[in-house]
Ligand binder design. Structure first.
Ligand code: PMP
Length: 419
């Protein structure tokens, strides 16, 4: 495979941006390659600057559940662009999108549109603190909730790939109220509530962890979190930035049948544009300015072009019969091929990760114990076979509706030829 142009661009980019990238997860050091520079994409495929074509399972890290350049979405964005890129003022689309979100996430009685998942989570936690008048929060090792200061403690995603336990530049003051629990370990949560019970404002969790690789919740884990937070007056926040509109149209909450107090959404809800949202119980959201004194704002929040992409993406999902059944069917075919190869795989709906660990992976520690060099070998093999996957053991593979049976067959062939 000729990647001369990408290599040259990478060299140039390194002179401008740290590591040549605008987000560390795009760096390919962990898998021993350089990042490919993408020229364009369509459906299930992306093409790099050298003209190499790949079947894409990164899907922009989740947003592209309809594949790339879904025509109705592109047309909706184009039409919105023609009316003005941003007004910094109210417009009808905001209501339409909020209605669509609330229809699928009825527990989001009131919500706010923001620009990124990081912002959504940061704002949800602030609202929970304002509402409860408490300071402490619980997060889980290996869960990633964006790069706001208080959450960069044993976080997953790029921090796990680069083995950064807690981000430098984050003061002790910022993280002193962040308590750490172990995913799928109820005792670790009980212990924190015993010690800090009435000081805990919020417990935030990825209802299906996908930033230490995909680690689904064990049976009863989410129900346990619901119960213990309720008993302590702690706000339960589901970070559904990845799982929202991914596991079902009502996200993980509907998929697992557990209702949180607050939810954060991102990625799919913005249809590939910078848009995210947070929301939840009315009495909590009424604490947010201008109704209450929890401040949160944004010049570009509710941006009309991003809102148009979100609306059309959700409408497409709604209009396609058996949308999630189809996604799951295709994903299961890939999962089976990986299993038949004798490799370890975790799958939840259209999210999955191949783990280079002999044991099944149910926790952060088990995920971390994986052989990342073997993952690198697998990654390079898949890339050479025309399959573009995440350049890290600790990320998910995203299957989209645009992946055809032919794409899946090609992917399975690539898995089968892995040695
Ligand atoms: N929460 C979760 C669960 C995420 O996976 C991510 C990003 N991958 C974020 C929050 C942060 O979102 P963003 O990158 O849009 O800031």
């Amino acid at each position: 495979m000729n990647t001369a142009k990408s290599k040259q661009l990478y060299k140039t980019a390194c002179g401008f941006m740290p590591g040549g990238v605008n987000s560390p997860v795009r760096a390919c050091k962990a898998v021993g390659t350089v990042p490919l520079f993408i020229d364009h994409a369509k459906g299930s495929r992306i093409w790099d600057e050298d003209g190499n074509e790949f079947i894409d399972y990164v899907c922009s890290w989740g947003p592209n559940i309809l594949g790339h350049c879904c025509e109705p979405v592109i047309n909706a964005v184009k039409a919105a662009c023609d009316k003005g890129l941003t007004f910094g003022a109210c417009h009808k689309g905001e209501i339409t999108l909020a209605e669509l979100i609330k229809k699928h996430f009825p527990s989001m009685e009131m919500l706010r549109l923001v620009n990124s998942g990081t912002e959504a989570v940061m704002s949800a936690i602030r609202a929970a603190r304002g509402y409860t008048g408490r300071d402490k929060i619980i997060k889980f090792e290996g869960c990633y909730h964006g790069h706001s200061d208080g959450l960069l403690v044993k976080a997953g995603s790029g921090l796990m790939t680069q083995a950064i336990p807690s981000g430098a530049g984050v003061t002790e003051g910022c993280t002193k109220d962040t308590l750490l629990a172990k995913y799928n370990d109820t005792a670790s949560v009980e212990k924190l509530f015993e010690e800090y019970g009435n000081e805990i404002a919020a417990l935030i969790v990825e209802p299906c962890a996908a930033n230490m690789g995909v680690v689904p919740p064990e049976k009863g884990f989410l129900e346990f979190l619901r119960e213990i937070t309720k008993n302590h007056g702690t706000v339960l926040i589901f970070d559904e930035v990845i799982t929202g509109f991914r596991l079902s149209e009502g996200g993980a909450s509907k998929y697992f049948g557990v209702i949180p107090d607050m939810t954060t959404l991102g990625k799919i809800v913005g249809g590939g544009m910078p848009l995210a949202c947070y929301g939840g119980k009315l009495e909590i959201m009424q604490c947010v300015a201008p109704l209450g004194s929890v401040y949160q704002a944004g010049t570009l929040s509710g941006n009309p072009c991003a809102v148009a992409a979100g609306i059309e993406t959700i409408r497409q999902i709604e209009s396609i019969p058996n949308f999630y059944e189809e996604l799951n069917r295709k994903s299961a075919m890939i999962e089976n091929a990986i299993r038949e190869k004798g490799l370890n795989v975790n799958r939840c709906g259209s999210l999955m990760t191949v783990f280079f660990n002999d044991e099944s992976v149910k926790s952060y520690d088990e995920a971390r114990a994986c052989n990342t060099e073997s993952y690198g070998r697998y990654y390079r093999h898949m890339l050479q076979s025309g399959i573009y996957t995440a350049p890290s053991q600790f990320e998910a593979m995203f299957v989209s509706y645009a992946h055809s049976d032919e794409d899946i067959a090609k992917t399975i062939e690539a898995i089968e030829s892995y040695r």
